[in-house]
Design a protein around this ligand. Sequence first.
Ligand SMILES: Cc1ncc(COP(=O)(O)O)c(C=O)c1O
Length: 375
Amino acid sequence: MKIDVEKLRAEIPATEEYAYLNHAVVSPLPRRVSEAVARFVADRGLEPRFYTRWQELEDMFRQAAARLIHAEPEEITFVHSTAEGLNAVAQSLPLAAGDNVVLCDVEYPANVYPWMNLASKGVETRIIPHREGGLSIEDLEEAVDDHTRVVTVSSVEFLTGFHNDLARIGTLCRERGIYFAVDAIQSLGMIPMDVRAYGIDFLAAGGYKWLMGPLGTGLLYVRQELIEQLRPVYVGASSVVGGKGFLDYDLTFQPDATRFKLGTINKAGMAGLLVATEFLMAVGIEAIEARTRHLTDVLIADLQRRGYEIASCLRPERRSAIVSFVVPDPQTACATLHEQGVIVAPREGYIRVAPHFYNTEAEVLRVGDVLGDAR
Ligand SMILES: Cc1ncc(COP(=O)(O)O)c(C=O)c1O
């Protein structure tokens, strides 16, 4: 599927103002997404059928999210952030003193603290050094032992854009009976995801980066076969099957992923994320991956020609739409770029550039135009 860039740019008002290359932080909202949110807010449903309509909206969201990651709708629930989803999993897994969780030292904090917070239960978090900006399978094999219960990783690392080898990590986890958790916020909407093929047990992702949804939205996937093993720590009216009436209390958890839903969720945001997810799937996630690969090819070639060191791994199978490169003073360089309408982010000594499918070659080349050659 070929992407009609000109037509799709008209959907994204930010293109009129900026060369926006910062999707690893937050996406501008496509017109149809902000319209869907506004529609929901205006029409909050102050009529008798509101509950049915809210339920239909949630069903549609779960179906769309399931299609995006090759799961079943019952395995999906809405969350407000990646950290909310990962905490729900970490706190509800049957882990005990002496167990350990393995992750690497370039994970974003949302996928670190939920696991470190299990120290109070005697669960150890083993943080192993990254290689080339991501998790090395060889190092992982060395680090896991008979007490390893969870391996957790970002599908794409936030700092380097390293695209972790989920299939191999999933195989290792399956062979050793280890739970496999994934923070997918930096890849959903940019690279195809298949939780079945990769053997992923749990996946959480906010919706406001590559998925182009509103802030305060996201999804949690829990593999159906594991749901009964997970006992939520927080519960509310939505977490349980409940009795016939509101006062007929019955703490029987929902048999699906909605056992992690507490109460009323950000439905306006969910309406937006639904439209965003459908929009990106209509553009085609494989086409988006190919398009962003082309744009980052152009970017990398230009930066290298100008003498910059690329910090991201350049092996094709480990690349993503995130490219980080080295400058002496990233804060000042980013401020200069911002003044010129080129939006990128400073991250830990690098400039991180993150173009999406609707960006153009001319836009990615503006990074080098503004900065000039490396000295
Ligand atoms: C890998 C990764 N995980 C999670 C997040 C954000 O987490 P949350 O949705 O909990 O704010 C980011 C944001 O930069 C990220 O890069």
